[in-house]
Design a protein around this ligand. Structure first.
Ligand code: ADP
Ligand code: ZN
Length: 432
């Protein structure tokens, strides 16, 4: 059940020793890059300043803006000849950042992904359909090489083209898929259109859901529709991409691979570490990347460490499902709201379809929030009274969660534009 038993179940004291030794190597490497060379000089630090893991706090944080400002090569720590691959972030919050890998960096990354997929139950005998964009995005090639390392048969389907995805799944008897959660829901409407039932008409047993925040309710809804087990997969391009943290069969938090990443949780306001188990911003340091080491990277993702050890026997700590990015927080009429709060409520209400969109507007200094919610075709063309009841119920439920009263527009299934990548949940017209 383990891909690498010794590493995955390593005694925590030994794991800390391994981390310290890898951290020192990383710091020595990092100094060779333009950015960290300059930073070390300014802050008068070097690899020898670090005697314990705690000393990491002497090193300044690295932000997405630092990466953007030293674009493209300011962070590489090896001779450019050593680099063999470039990836980039999706650019969700601005200009995309780029990441470079040596051949060994890629081998380490593939191995981590193999570890993740194996943990969730994927084996050599599986047929794995990767429904993620190939190319600069890390979700395509990242998972691809991980699955090949396990020895599974990989179908590099790429994103979109829903009817073809379904056909591939059926023709080649796909047993495992990698998919963006909002796309999994969208795809279910295409199954419906084709009068197919994914539970009966496909053989998928395992799904890896990644690349965007989603609630537990959303996962359960997807599992219910497809009849497979869906595992949460977290990663970000700055830390390779997927393969950073992943659920085990207990599906209760994601094991974050501490032999490869040093993990901290900080209060984003004070930048101080929070107490064990408290929520804050995830900060990570690469421990095994030579081409482009990154120290104390502020991910802007909000989560907490689950302090208790997991029943699966792995000693690497778990992080809780990501609540959202600090950037995602909406302030409406002085109230702080995360889009995930809306998703959580919507997924609980029977009759709600597969997609939603939050629209924020400002008229004469007054903010308003409209939530467009898709409902099934039958319901939409059915009785008006029923629709109105559903609309009122949604308003009531959302109000109980976010404390303000949103407007709710019910729209027909597949009306809200749905791209192939991460779902756009919010349109903020107040900025125009
Ligand atoms: P970008 O930061 O431009 O979106 P990436 O493609 O590197 O580019 O995406 C990484 C980000 O995606 C993470 O920092 C996180 O916000 C989000 N993300 C990825 N996987 C998950 C997941 N399983 N749950 C929640 N958020 C996720
Ligand atoms: Zn576990």
């Amino acid at each position: 059940m383990y891909w690498e038993k010794d590493l995955e179940t390593m005694d925590r004291k030994k794991l800390a020793e391994l981390q310290l030794s890898r951290l020192k190597d990383t710091l020595a490497y990092a100094e060779k890059s333009y950015y960290y060379g300059k930073t070390y000089k300014e802050k008068k630090i070097n690899a020898d300043s670090i005697r314990s893991l705690h000393d990491i706090q002497k090193i300044p944080f690295t932000t997405k803006d630092d990466l953007r400002e030293h674009w493209p090569y300011g962070f590489i720590a090896v001779d450019k000849d050593e680099l063999v691959r470039m990836h980039s972030s999706s650019g969700t919050t601005g200009r995309a950042t780029v990441i470079f890998h040596t051949a060994n960096d890629l081998a380490v990354w593939s191995n981590l992904l193999a570890r993740c997929m194996y943990m969730a139950g994927m084996r050599k005998s599986d047929v794995f359909q990767n429904m993620m964009t190939y190319g600069l995005f890390t979700g395509g090639l990242g998972f691809h090489y991980g699955a090949e390392k396990i020895g599974a048969l990989v179908i590099p389907a790429g994103a979109g083209n829903s009817k073809r995805q379904i056909q591939l799944m059926r023709d080649f008897v796909t047993t495992a898929v990698h998919v963006i959660p909002s796309y999994a829901l969208h795809l279910s409407t295409v199954f419906e259109e084709l009068k197919l039932d994914p539970r009966k008409d496909t053989s998928v047993k395992i799904a890896f859901l990644g690349a965007e925040p989603h609630t537990e309710k959303m996962r359960r809804k997807i599992e219910e529709i497809y009849g497979y087990k869906a595992f949460n997969s977290y990663g970000l391009s700055e830390m390779n991409g997927p393969g950073v943290a992943f659920e085990c069969p207990y599906q209760d938090g994601m094991h974050i691979w501490e032999d490869s990443f040093l993990v901290e949780i900080i209060d984003p306001a004070t930048l101080q570490p929070v107490a064990d188990g408290e929520e804050g911003e995830l900060v990570m340091t690469t421990l095994q990347r030579a081409g482009m080491p990154i120290l104390r990277y502020r991910t802007k993702d909000l989560t907490r460490i689950i302090p208790e050890l997991c029943s699966c026997g792995r000693t690497h700590r778990r992080i809780e499902r990501i609540k959202g990015r600090t950037d995602d927080m909406l302030i409406i009429k002085g109230v702080n709201i995360f889009p995930m709060q809306i998703e959580k409520k919507l997924m609980e209400i029977p009759g709600v379809g597969t997609n939603f969109l939050i629209i924020l507007e400002r008229k004469e200094f007054n903010d308003s929030m409209t939530v467009k919610v898709e409902v099934s075709k039958e319901l939409f063309s059915g009785e008006l009274k029923q629709l109105e009841m559903l609309r009122k119920k949604i308003i009531e439920e959302l109000k109980s969660e976010i404390l303000i009263t949103p407007k709710v527009d019910l729209v027909e299934q597949d009306i809200i534009p749905k791209g192939e990548g991460k779902a756009v949940r919010v349109i903020d017209k107040r900025k125009d």
